[in-house]
Design a protein around this ligand. Structure first.
Ligand SMILES: [Zn+2]
Length: 135
């Protein structure tokens, strides 16, 4: 089921759902099954271009997956350690309006706190909490 941060603008729900579906599609197509629990893909759209941040604890693994996404036409960048995908995407793209992420648990407590304190009150972060995502 679609889920979102408290305060997400209801007008962004359809876009949120579409971006979550896209994040999960990229996840299914480009992240191997053993990697899935370690990876989060965050996706948004800027002027019709798909922009994604791929998180993996290990930067090289994140970069490798981001490289596969770039070959598929997505403007993807890897991130690691404490720099989580949805926050990096938000900080890299000032024009971002909606973010979809592949993580079934949604943003971690630190990211949730971050989005609770952005100057413009941005909270349009969506995910799908169905368990099928991780086989
Ligand atoms: Zn986080």
């Amino acid at each position: 089921m679609l889920d979102w941060l408290p305060g997400a603008d209801p007008a962004t729900r359809a876009d949120g759902e579409r971006l979550v579906r896209r994040a999960l599609e990229l996840f299914e197509n480009y992240v191997t099954v053993p990697q899935r629990r370690r990876v989060t893909i965050a996706v948004c759209e800027i002027d019709g271009l798909e922009v994604a941040i791929v998180y993996h604890r290990n930067q090289k693994s994140a970069d490798r997956i981001a490289g596969k996404l770039r070959k598929a036409g997505v403007a993807a960048t890897g991130t690691s350690r404490h720099d989580h995908a949805e926050v990096v995407l938000f900080e890299n793209e000032p024009a971002v309006n909606v973010i979809g992420i592949s993580n079934i648990d949604g943003p971690c407590p630190a990211c949730e706190k971050y989005f609770g304190n952005t100057p413009a009150g941005f909270a349009n972060v969506y995910w799908d909490n169905d368990k099928w995502v991780y086989p």
